[in-house]
Each structure stands twice: as structure tokens, then as C-alpha cells.
Write a protein that binds this ligand. Structure first.
Ligand code: CA
Length: 228
């Protein structure tokens, strides 16, 4: 498997990486949360080993972002003994399993193998959406219209996924910022508008009259055409 190892303690990171390489896996190891979220969204890893206490962005937030960008990606958390709250939060954000530090080499390998087997046995559910003649394959980050194919970014797929999941209501800009960017209120909601304007050029038949992502004046955005 291709495994992303996220751990800020250099010795532990090296130790885990060597152990997993010895078990036949290809390893990329990073030491902070921001890099972890970037690499995990950019590369098709088969599994992520994620420490929770990390510099720059904590593991819970990394987990949330990876889960949104790549719903089928198996995530194994590394938690410190006694951090029950973190464990619960991690599992709530979509981590698949956890190993408590300190762990033995044997235990870690067993968990990685078990999670890998489970993931391999359960093919990722295809995330296919279709609207107004545009086919969206969110798992593969591709949009097709009349034979033309464009690539979506993980963030664009995250926006589409969130709007579709909540298609019965209007989604506010601040909610998109929080859920898709993981950003605090200090970020400008204009960022959302600019990203959506760009996304519309990729997926809408006529970006000036959008039918997939519609604007709801004064409220935000919604999936598909609204009634009334
Ligand atoms: Ca740590």
C-alpha cells in the first residue's frame, strides 16, 4: 500500500516508516498537519497513519479535511494514552481505527494490515452525480459535459459534495468556509464566491445562468434548481 505517515516526533516517524517499509509498503512521511492535509488530498494514498497532536493543524482537523476530500480513504489515528476525548472526536470525524501510544511494532502492523484488508475488500462507493447534462465523478475529481472532461480540485469536489448532501436547504457562505475550508470566521466569504465562480465555469452549461450551484440572494448557495 501507499501510506502517508503523519507524526511530528522525528524518531517515532522514522521508526514507523522503517517498520512499514519493511512490511512492503511505500511510505511518505510528514511532520505537520498542514502538509499532511495537502499531501493527503493531492496524492492517492491507500491509508493514512495520523498522529493527533501536531504542529500547524491538529490531527482532528486533518482527519476532517481528508474525509471530506476523499471519503473512502482509510485513516488510522495514533493517540496518546488517556486522550479519550481526542479518540472520540477522531472517530466522530471519520477515522476508521486508532492505536494508542506506546504501541508495539506487532500491534501497529496488525492494525495497518487489518485496515488495509478491510478497505481493499470494500470498493469505494462511486460518487457520481448528474445534473443538467453535467456528470460529476467526485471520487475521481472529474466533471464531464458533452464529451469534454475537466479536472476538479479537492476543494471544488468538497463544495459540490457538501451542497449535494444538504440539497434540501440553502447553505450559507460561512458554513461552506467552515466545512470545506475548515476556516475560521477570519477568512473572507468572498473567497467562497470566487471559488464558486471558477467552479461554475467548469461545470455549468452557462455560468451566467447556473443550474447546478444556484445563488440564493442574501442566504448563500444551493444545489440544483430551487422551487419558487
Ligand atoms: Ca505528536
Amino acid at each position: 500500500m501507499r501510506i502517508l505517515v503523519v507524526e511530528d516526533e522525528a524518531l517515532l516517524r522514522e521508526g514507523i516508516s522503517d517498520l512499514l517499509r519493511g512490511d512492503g509498503h511505500a511510505i511518505e512521511a510528514v511532520g505537520d498537519g498542514v502538509t499532511a492535509a495537502e499531501r493527503g488530498q493531492a496524492e492517492p494514498f491507500d491509508l493514512v497513519l495520523l498522529d493527533l497532536m501536531l504542529p500547524r493543524m491538529d490531527g482532528i482537523e486533518v482527519c476532517r479535511r481528508l474525509r471530506l476530500a476523499r471519503p473512502g480513504l482509510p485513516i488510522l489515528m495514533l493517540t496518546a494514552r488517556g486522550d479519550e476525548d481526542d479518540k472520540v472526536r477522531g472517530l466522530a470525524e471519520g477515522a476508521d481505527d486508532y492505536v494508542t501510544k506506546p504501541f508495539s511494532a506487532k500491534e501497529l502492523l496488525a492494525r495497518v494490515r487489518a485496515l488495509g484488508r478491510r478497505a481493499a475488500g470494500a470498493p469505494a462507493a462511486a460518487e457520481l452525480l448528474e445534473m443538467d447534462g453535467c456528470q460529476l465523478d467526485l471520487g475521481r475529481l472529474v466533471a464531464r459535459r458533452e464529451g469534454a472532461e475537466v479536472t476538479l480540485t479537492a476543494r471544488e469536489a468538497g463544495i459540490l459534495r457538501w451542497l449535494h448532501r444538504h440539497r434540501e436547504r440553502v447553505v450559507a457562505r460561512a458554513e461552506l468556509l467552515e466545512q470545506v475550508w475548515g476556516a475560521s470566521a477570519s477568512m473572507q466569504t468572498r473567497t467562497v464566491d470566487m471559488t464558486i465562480a471558477n467552479l461554475r465555469k467548469k461545470i455549468e452549461r452557462d455560468p451566467g445562468h447556473p443550474r447546478l450551484i444556484v445563488s440564493v440572494k442574501g442566504l448563500g448557495y444551493a444545489w440544483g434548481e430551487r422551487e419558487g
